[in-house]
Design a binder for this molecule. Structure first.
Ligand code: GLU
Length: 501
């Protein structure tokens, strides 16, 4: 860092690589990113991978991909480097050990050797005594020499932080002053038996060493913060600003969590989107997702709700983040998506659609841009991209790959002694004879047929729709036929008639 940067804002997002980025995590990233960008500060991405048991291969890649999809870049971290790295905690063990040593030497930390059975007994005793603290600090404390000797003898040894025994007050930029009483704060592990630091210790060391000025994280971390403050004091580190963001709830009042997916599957329901990647797969635009998650706890204080990232950047402030729980209203997200898709430029929409098709490995992937753009145009006002595929997917299929929906066949073609089939037989030569297979010419032909047969448009159009799409859903029938072209239209009608049971 140069001298000029000395007072600039530095924030971080510190995910543990345990899978895809959760939508709540994305909200944390967004708020941090907005704080950094608004203040021309620095946004750091730090990977908290010291819990080797929870590490999932490829997670970092996935998290980076999700951030890129959202359009949230980072100034320091994986792939980009920076002056205060490494940015993977697993590569910082020597740094943690150095600071851990300082705590051991000053007596603010000590080696501990309790077995799991002893710890269980302590927990039981605390329950009986109705005490908030389950770990009973050994008296006298083991000396450093005893710890080192025990380690050398192969005993599983951890290091605990010695809480100061005073109440600790955290000044939170959203919640105000939050005090945790001394009798709620027990000595906790800062180095595990495997030699890795715990989250608490690594996080405090890195926030200080990476010169983080503002820590914005979810309220679920609030009870950790007094521990962090105690360690900062013992280590002589500055305490950064803290801001704990409201918890995100489902509409039914339950806390939104990764487990919601398993719960839904158990109930035999489709799993809800929870990870950022789920929303990408489900055909949402990142602009809509960002706009929606920005409002999970933040409001700019005006009626307007639709914001692009640059507008949010100029409006965002921590002071306008609320204390109360945020509700994840999926209907609202869909409405945002429709709105964003309707307002997007055709180039942007096409690029987003192609991304959707590609992540879903859709058979439409190879289709040419003009055809995809036409499909988007024909589906204007759609909710999410699957609607576009549902409505216009027939255009991209091989003629002999159309599968007829049994209900549609029964209702539209077979009913009334096969009136729909008869209509197709009537129309086939007329369509074949059309010299100009344009939407206008087709519309005129269908209108004339309605008149001649004293039929409603539905009686004429729906049989064709079933024949060319297999279902009763498509954009306007005239346009559908023009896009499909004469050859495919005739082939599909012929095939449908041949399938007549
Ligand atoms: N690795 C922690 C998590 O994923 C970071 C929490 C923090 O921001 O301090 O929850």
């Amino acid at each position: 860092m140069t001298a000029n940067d000395a007072n600039s804002i530095r924030v971080r997002f510190a995910p543990s690589p345990t899978g895809y980025l959760h939508i709540g995590g994305a909200r944390t990233v967004l708020f941090n990113w907005l704080v950094a960008r608004r203040a021309s500060g620095t946004f750091v991405l730090r990977i908290e991978d010291t819990d080797r048991t929870r590490h999932i291969e490829d997670s970092v890649q996935k998290i980076c991909d999700d951030l890129r999809w959202l359009g949230l870049d980072w100034d320091e971290g994986p792939e980009v480097g920076g002056d205060v790295g490494p940015y993977f905690q697993s590569e910082r063990l020597a740094i943690y050990n150095e600071h851990l040593q300082r705590l051991l030497e000053s007596g603010d930390a000590y080696y501990a050797f309790e077995t799991p059975a002893e710890l269980d007994a302590m927990r039981e005793a605390a329950k009986t005594a109705k005490s908030n603290i389950s770990y009973a600090r050994p008296d006298p404390l083991p000396t450093v020499e005893e710890g080192v000797a025990a380690k050398a003898a192969g005993t599983k040894v951890v290091v605990r932080f010695k809480m100061p025994g005073t109440d600790i007050t955290v000044v939170d930029d959203i919640l105000g002053e939050v005090t945790l009483a001394a009798d709620q704060l027990e000595d906790f592990i800062i180095q595990k038996g495997d030699g890795f630091p715990t989250y608490h210790f690594a996080c405090v060391a890195d926030d200080a060493l990476m010169k983080i000025t503002h820590v914005l994280r979810g309220q679920e971390h609030l009870m950790n913060t007094p521990k962090h403050v105690a360690m900062q004091r013992a280590l002589g580190f500055d305490t950064p600003h803290y801001a704990h963001m409201p918890v995100i709830f489902n509409m039914d009042g339950s806390k939104m969590s990764k487990r919601d997916k398993e719960k839904a599957i158990k109930r035999g329901e489709a799993p809800p989107e929870i990870d950022v990647h789920d929303f990408r797969l489900a055909g949402y635009l990142p602009e809509a997702v960002l706009n929606f998650i920005a409002l999970l706890g933040w409001s700019p204080g005006e009626d307007r709700e639709r914001f692009a990232l640059d507008e949010m950047t100029s409006l965002f402030s921590i002071e306008r983040v609320g204390k109360t729980n945020a509700k994840f209203d999926r209907d609202k997200l869909v409405a945002f998506n429709t709105d964003w898709a309707t307002r997007a430029s055709s180039e942007r929409l096409l690029a987003a659609f192609k991304d959707y098709l590609s992540v879903n490995e859709s058979s439409l992937c190879g289709a040419d841009d003009a055809a995809l753009a036409r499909a988007l145009k024909a589906s204007e006002g759609f909710r999410t991209f699957p609607d576009v595929v549902k409505k216009t997917g027939f255009l991209f299929k091989a003629d002999d790959a159309i599968a007829y929906d049994a209900k549609a066949v029964k209702k539209v073609l077979a009913k009334n002694d096969g009136a729909g089939y008869a209509m197709l037989e009537h129309l086939l030569p007329k369509l074949e004879a059309l010299p100009d297979f344009s939407a206008d010419a087709i519309e005129a032909l269908l209108a004339a047929t309605c008149e001649e047969r004293e039929a409603k448009l539905g009686q004429v159009a729906q049989p064709i729709r079933v024949a060319i799409t297999g279902s009763t859903v498509s954009p306007s029938i005239h346009e559908s036929l023009e896009w499909l072209g004469k050859g495919a239209t005739l082939a599909r009608i012929g095939r449908c008639l041949a399938h007549r049971g």
